[in-house]
Design a protein around this ligand. Sequence first.
Ligand code: COD
Ligand code: ATP
Length: 526
Amino acid sequence: MAKTGLLVVTNPSRVARVMPDVQKHFLNKLYIQYLPTRLSRLLTPTSSSPSPPSPAVFSKTVIGMYSQTLGHNLDVAVLLAYLKNPGLTTIHTQKPIDVVFFDQVLSGDEMNAFLKKCLANVTVGCTVVSLDNADGEKPPEADNDERMYDNVVLGGTFDRLHAGHKILLSEAVLRCRRKLTVGVTDESMLKSKCLTELIGACHQRMSDVLEFLQDIDPNIEYDVVPISDPFGPTIVEPSFEMIVVSDETLRGGLKINEIRTEKSMKPLVVHSVNLLESANKQEQEEEDKVSSGNLRLRVLGTRLSKPEPRPNLPRLPYLIGLTGGIASGKSSVGRRLEEMGAGLIDCDSLAHTLYKQGEPLHGKLVEFFGSSILDAEGEIDRKVLGSLVFGDKAKLSALNNMVWPALWERTKTEISKLHACGKNIIVVEAAVLRQAGWEKNCHEVWVSIIPPAEAVRRLKDRNNLDEDAAWARVSAQPPNVEQIIGATTVLSTLWTYDFTQRQVSRAWRHLHEYLEKEGFSQGNKL
Ligand SMILES: CC(C)(COP(=O)(O)OP(=O)(O)OC[C@H]1O[C@@H](n2cnc3c(N)ncnc32)[C@H](O)[C@@H]1O)[C@@H](O)C(=O)NCCC(=O)NCCS
Ligand SMILES: Nc1ncnc2c1ncn2[C@@H]1O[C@H](COP(=O)(O)OP(=O)(O)OP(=O)(O)O)[C@@H](O)[C@H]1O
């Protein structure tokens, strides 16, 4: 079950040291509360100090704490409400806390008193752990930019909210007194992003941002809005005072100010944060910075969802429908799976055998389309047939209605043959898997994707098509976002052959783990 922890730190430089102990508790979410004044202050509050420091002084501390949790695969949220309002005596979290860690040795009484008095949301069996870590590391320096603003703004895509995003959002919250507006890019702005198909829906990203913000400081007003250009509300709303950007988006902030000045609006204070570098690059294809693109790359070849139950199918042979757009690399993925031990059926090649003279389909097609589709030897000329159906929906659908059922019958025969030869996992590679409704005949679907522009490039190379003809082919197909709906595994052949191989190996390994866990093997070799 998902577990949530709270790490109470008195020395923020010690987070990295205590993380391995925290990890032993199998958490998936970790709140961090930095208490610059000692715990005893929270337990026996006196009147708050006459002039608490500006929360902005904690900027480097907060950034430092996020950096120290990198590589631990945990959803971390550094709580800011208490740092902004030292008079608060209770720590609020949206998720109930199952375990509280302290970065210092405390008595059982002290820890239980903290649990009772200072935490608003704990589970019934919440436990406390005192992590014995000697002092040593110096706390980070305070930030000397102490300015705060009533109205702060920032923007982003915020896919798979990561530590870089959280730093940016925290910088805004620390400096915001009243209202924070966050622009979240809608689908129209994502076309050029790598693996754009794997970016979450705009409403989901907006709700993740809002949940994070309400966790770290529930005491300011949030307005999270979709944006469909790089400026969002910043060029129409005069009340904004400060914008938070990073080194890489600084130019966007400056452009906003150019436009505001042209429109006689006060320019924004542009607060820029350094890019957070990645601590654990897992693939050489990843960027050096912490990024959503890296997280999307890591998803390739993993299991995205549980397959829908298929009570209509025998448990073995286990059938994987492999599909994807034209030139997306289906065949090369299929071949790799075959090398790893799967049975492979290439429906495209199989279809060609059905067109041969003597096959029932041959006669049916001649009857429907006429003998003009035959070549001198009496074989069906697929090019001529293609030209008859291309651009004529009714004819294309008539052809499909003849070919698809016959092709699935032949596929079933091939499946039986491969199973009889000992293949318990069989890959059915078919470009038309979805359109023909064959996903229901398979236990699960895997999809290979590449950006449309790359498909065009490959078609020009491989099929000698000109640019327009290549685009016509690519555009006639269902887009990648539709192809991946319900797929358990997504792969992409956009990078090197070696990276494709690593994705396929990962997918094959994860599939075996899943099949073993679900009892598909029943003693059979998979
Ligand atoms: C057009 C914009 C909003 C699109 O956002 P983008 O797709 O880059 O968002 P993404 O989710 O990748 O990142 C969001 C923000 O976090 C920053 N960020 C991302 N990774 C990191 C990191 N590792 N370290 C620090 N900051 C990071 C980005 O630089 C960006 O500022 C952005 O690029 C931009 O130009 N921002 C400046 C202007 C602005 O904020 N406009 C909207 C105002 S509502
Ligand atoms: N990293 C890569 N992994 C696999 N294939 C790649 C890669 N890079 C380029 N390609 C090329 O992409 C082209 C398309 O691959 P393939 O024939 O496997 O696709 P396909 O989806 O089966 O195509 P189609 O449906 O058009 O028959 C091939 O020419 C292949 O060499």
